[in-house]
Write a protein that binds this ligand. Structure first.
Ligand code: GLN
Length: 188
């Protein structure tokens, strides 16, 4: 059984846990340093990236999580999680883990009207359900990054080594294929 750590300091973490448990994983909520253990995968959920970034520092989780990301453990980062991974933000001076070589635009669809559902191809799967909530998108992906999904010509999913960054929330739909793809990534 795979053991997946789900960052649980703020945001939509319970929905990831439910989906991963339904797919046969055991989930560990990460709220403090002592919750960290050897993991087969890490989820950085959606929420508010500025709040999450602050809490990660206050709880002294930032450095150990960055080490886990750099250690090649598969990482699924949705929405605010994508913002935390991005090397650069185009409309915000903050950077957080800076481990994913992309430039991300926060609230890229507008603050109020930026929430919508759609379906699009993802990593060879057709018509994957995607829920966007005040979502970012990837404006620039360095050539080493694999683009896994686009919507209206904007990059909404990308992979670099062990890191999978999504603009949207697959955990808020009934479609489990993005989580299955994440679980198929190997940590080695
Ligand atoms: N707008 C949020 C941010 O900038 C991200 C939204 C989300 O995670 N659904 O952090």
């Amino acid at each position: 059984m795979k053991k997946i750590g789900v960052l649980a300091v703020q945001g939509a973490f319970i929905e990831h846990e439910k989906m991963l448990t339904d797919l046969g994983c055991s989930c560990t909520e990460i709220r403090k340093r002592s919750d960290l253990c050897s993991l087969d995968g890490l989820v950085l959920p959606g929420g508010e990236s500025t709040v999450q970034g602050k809490l990660l520092q206050e709880l002294e989780l930032f450095e150990p999580l960055r080490e886990i990301i750099l250690s090649n453990t598969p990482v699924l980062a949705t929405c605010a999680g994508l913002i935390l991974l991005a090397k650069k933000l185009s409309n915000d001076p903050n950077v957080y883990f800076a481990t994913l070589p992309v430039m991300v635009k926060r609230n890229a669809y507008g603050r109020q009207l930026g929430s919508f559902h759609c379906t699009a191809g993802f990593a060879g799967y057709r018509d994957v359900e995607m829920a966007f909530i005040r979502a970012p998108y990837i404006e620039v992906a360095e050539p080493v990054v694999e683009v896994l999904a686009t919507v209206d010509e904007k990059i909404v999913a990308a992979k670099y080594r062990n890191q999978l960054g999504l603009s949207f929330h697959p955990e808020l739909t009934d479609d489990t294929r993005v989580h299955e793809y994440f679980l198929s990534l190997s940590g080695s």
